[in-house]
Write a protein that binds this ligand. Structure first.
Ligand code: CA
Length: 234
């Protein structure tokens, strides 16, 4: 994903760039509206533009209108100042898709960018968020698991463990790898925590926890999520 950041204040621009790059997004920057438009005219690969409103020269709304005119499918988020409620309305009228109120946290900004990108690409967004392994459905963003339509209550660690295994179906994952991925590199304690959580998950998801059909043990190594082969002809 390529993002254009238009912001005249260097400290905010740096902050935004650093946090977007941390998500592996490509970032192009402009400090004036004129510069942003010139960039956008040269670079047709921009997916999303983040536009500050208050700028020397051309303001963010004018830039938004121009971008929207040339790129009907570009995602546009306005960076509006706190207390400037009317900015949201003007921005949306100028063709913006969303707005973030300053000061914003990196989490909030990234969440808005991701949400907008998903709205722009509903199909691949869905693939990443939702995993269906019959009879289970896991919603990765919402952190919820369903079995045959019934929600299964999981603790945060149980959820992380099960999503780790479900995302690598039929692949054995070692207990060490599970411990590091779910409890972190600096977890002090032993591997038994993995087995304890596996046992609890089995009680929640398996018809018979002593003879698991989904969450299998790989003796002397770890665990795997077994996806049964679909029956031919059914
Ligand atoms: Ca500004």
């Amino acid at each position: 994903m390529k993002i254009l950041v238009l912001e005249d204040e260097l400290s905010i621009r740096d902050f935004v760039r650093i946090n977007l790059k941390r998500q592996s997004y490509e970032v192009v920057e402009a400090s004036t509206g004129e510069e942003a438009l010139a960039l956008a005219m040269m670079d047709r690969e921009i997916d999303i533009a983040l536009l500050d409103v208050m700028l020397p020269g051309m303001d963010g709304f004018a830039v938004c209108k121009e971008l929207r005119h040339h790129y009907p499918r570009m995602g546009i988020i306005m960076l509006t100042a706190k207390g400037q409620e009317q900015d949201k309305v003007i921005g949306l009228e100028a063709g913006a898709d969303d707005y973030v109120v300053k000061p914003f946290s990196p989490l909030e900004l990234v969440a808005r960018v991701k949400a907008l990108y998903r709205r722009m690409h509903p199909d691949d967004g869905d693939l990443k968020q939702k995993l269906v392994v019959d009879p289970f459905t896991i919603l990765l963003d919402e952190r919820r698991l369903f079995k045959a339509g019934q929600e299964i209550e999981l603790t945060p660690k149980e959820f992380e463990l099960i999503s780790l295994l479900m995302q690598q179906m039929n692949k054995a994952v070692s207990r060490d790898e599970i411990l590091t991925a779910v409890w972190g590199k600096y977890y002090v304690g032993d591997l038994k925590i993995v087995d304890v959580n596996i046992r609890r998950i089995r009680q929640k998801i398996e018809a018979d926890a002593s003879r698991p059909k989904h969450l299998e043990t790989v003796w002397g190594y770890g665990y795997l999520w077994r996806k049964e082969q679909a029956d031919e002809g059914t």
